[in-house]
Ligand binder design. Sequence first.
Ligand code: 4NP
Length: 175
Amino acid sequence: MSKVLPDSVLRPITKEHPYKIVFVCLGNICRSPTAEGVFQHIVKEQGLSAYFEIDSSGTSAYHAGEKADSRSREAALKHGVELLSRSRKFETFDLDYFDLIIPMDSQNKRDIEYQSHKKEHKEKVILMREFDELANGDINVPDPYYGGAQGFENVYQMVKRSSEELLNQLKPFIQ
Ligand code: 4NP
């Protein structure tokens, strides 16, 4: 069963006030750029681009300014999704700016939560795989950086399932 979004992160979504989501991983070159690209792609397919502002970032600045890893771009492109993001570091003010902050793994989540003790911030931070119907207790999108091509395809599939569920939960709030 997927997590149901808490009331605290839900509000009417309009073109004037688009819903803002940032996906977060460590380097912002593999997992979160894939999530950004896939969510954006699904939203576009459904004609809903104007209602969302989608971004990604990393808890580290190791790869700041870089394109997504070529292996992530390849895995996404096989499914018709182009990854165009440039890596940037997650900043504390992102906790105010975004409606929803979606870390890829529990370490990313801790690194974000460490930056604020406010309840309204904590409620916005929800792990990606909470929305993956096939997670079966696995809470992390595993870091594919040091592995082979299968790891990147695996990330793509997890992120796709999770993005579809997340969008389905938000769609009823579009006005
Ligand atoms: P990501 O993968 O967090 O999914 O972007 C990584 C990319 C680079 C490194 C670690 C993870 N790194 O240590 O350079």
